[in-house]
Design a protein. Structure first.
Length: 360
């Protein structure tokens, strides 16, 4: 075997909110880190997805930040960076287990021979996970977190650098406003990902249009409304598909939470004898309301797009390093984002994935 998996943190209870700091003492090259969260429900009332329990994930080397995003966006960046959906099990049943895997890829895919994290290039790598068990599941009675690393046995001979993903900018959403954000010119940009995680509104309602430009708008890279951007770029990715379990309450709206935030289809099926009809009322965002003429436990298959409210904009062919937006050669690059009517209780953010060369 040329590859192996190493457990950096065994399953550890996180029933007190806080921050878990894990020293990365591995010397071998790392292709991927994965944070696993498992919670045990003690109720039927959904609070949130398991991924929400990871409030923030940072990978640092002293003051040098290599990865920095909320858990949901770390998961979304993994999806849009690789096209492979991270594991989620949206289990909202009493005593059931709700689960999430949050991968951090340092390459275009697992075992990328050119892009991976080389610990020998750094002095004091640490993974910091801010967590709050009360944000996910159904009033959890237990919750654990663990961390795994996918490691090369031998250093890849073609290794050039690694992918770094960060939340570059964030703001509480204000309806019908325009923001201009200067983009970093330290490393080439592979993915631009405006994002607006909301239980109540779809991403194209929160963010109405986007414009990317160079040299103070001298050259426009792309300018379009977000419905058009989603139509153009989401087709390059598979649908988000996940399982959900829960329970409806007779003639009562119950909100359940899923990963996709756009074009969502719910297919709940009662798992016990029931004469009730389950109705999935339309609602925007990742909060989905079900009601039923009779209370019933159900399982369902969820389909949709725009994981966690992210609008993916790939900068060229995702597999070709030389295609990516070479902002270090520019004097200026920026994005213009215009908000829509929007969910003004939510944050909207600009997420970026960049290519960082070793020795640069």
């Amino acid at each position: 075997m040329k590859f192996r998996q190493s457990e950096l943190l065994s399953a550890t209870s996180i029933m007190t909110a806080g921050t878990k700091v894990i020293d990365i003492n591995i010397k071998d090259v790392i292709s991927r880190l994965t944070v696993l969260i498992i919670g045990t429900n003690d109720d039927w009332t959904p609070v949130g997805q398991a991924v929400r329990i990871a409030k923030q994930i940072d990978l640092v080397d002293g003051s040098d930040v290599l990865h920095s995003m909320r858990g949901c966006y770390s998961q979304g960046a993994a999806f849009y960076g690789t096209g492979i959906q991270p594991f989620n099990y949206q289990n909202y049943s009493d005593h059931g287990k709700i689960k999430a895997a949050i991968p951090i890829y340092f390459g275009r895919s697992l075992w990328d021979q050119e892009l991976a994290l080389d610990p020998s290039q750094f002095n004091n790598l640490q993974l910091k996970i801010e967590h709050d068990y009360a944000l996910g599941g159904c009033t959890l009675s237990a919750c654990t977190i663990e961390v795994w690393a996918d490691i090369f046995d031998d250093k890849p001979s073609e290794l050039k650098g690694f992918l770094t993903a960060k939340s570059h900018w964030t703001k509480t959403l204000v309806a019908s406003t325009t923001d201009y954000i200067d983009l970093p010119t330290d490393h080439p940009i592979r993915l631009v990902m405006p994002a607006a995680f909301s239980n109540d509104e779809e991403p194209n309602i929160n963010i109405a249009s986007i414009k990317l430009s160079e040299e103070q708008d001298k050259r426009v890279v792309i300018e379009a409304a977000t419905p058009q951007l989603l139509q153009m770029f989401e087709q390059a990715y598979p649908e988000v598909v996940e399982l959900m379990e829960g329970k409806t309450v007779t003639n009562t709206d119950v909100e359940f939470f899923v990963s996709p935030c756009k074009d969502i289809q719910l297919n709940p099926m009662a798992t016990a004898d029931s004469d009730g009809i389950i109705h999935g009322a339309w609602s925007g965002g990742n909060g989905r309301v079900l009601d039923s003429s009779a209370g019933a436990e159900f399982s369902g298959m969820i389909h949709g797009r725009s994981m966690h409210g992210i609008i993916p904009i790939p900068m060229g062919r995702k597999e070709v390093i030389d295609d990516w937006w070479n902002t270090p050669e520019l004097g200026n690059a920026r994005i213009k984002m215009v908000t829509g009517a929007g969910d003004t209780s939510s944050l909207y953010e600009l997420l970026l994935q960049q290519y960082r060369k070793y020795g640069a």
